[in-house]
Design a protein around this ligand. Sequence first.
Ligand code: DC
Length: 217
Amino acid sequence: MQIAIDGPASAGKSTIAKLIAKELNFIYSDTGAMYRAVTLMAKLNNVKYNDEENILLLMDKFKISFKNSVEGQRVFINDQDVSEEIRTVEITNNVSEVSALPIVRERLVEEQRRIAQEGDVVMDGRDIGTTVLPNAEVKIFMIASVHERAVRRFKEYESKGIDVSLETLEKEIEDRDYKDSHRKISPLKKAKDAIELDTTGLSIDQVVQKVIDIIKK
Ligand code: DC
């Protein structure tokens, strides 16, 4: 079984997808983490974020993998744990540029389809229902207001000791929404057969319950 959860940044996709995967004992696949890892590879190797040719060489050289641990799923570039580094402000603000590169998408979509072959999966991203797994049995398009998404990100940064204003975060979220939904290849878009779920004002438990109800139906 394939469950695709798409939607804009900070709509709650990965939090919910992880909990659903745990509840159903499915594989959880965080596709945003893959685009983030490629962005980090570029940064660490002083390759420009729009330099497709050299980014491709880095993707040949370095392998992205996931391992489950007591702290949840960890992301690796070769044998280096980069789970925290891929969530810094710099990577967050540049990942849209890297994820718009056609060859990067082609490679990662291939890898995501391979992961989905390994068993029942909950996969979250931007183009899972439209491109990666168009035949997924359940497709959810998760949204929330810009303000609520900025507040969620503000709390996340606050807990990490990162000081950013709410207004800056709202602007960054709007900017990333625009870039993600206006790129040429598989832009962020609700699949025709996806169910829209607005998580504004809902608790995590309430959203999980709604998703479980959708899956059961
Ligand atoms: O879900 P996230 O914020 O970790 O995703 C990071 C970026 O990666 C997001 O701004 C757009 C890109 N992305 C994508 O283009 N396609 C996906 N399937 C997942 C993420």
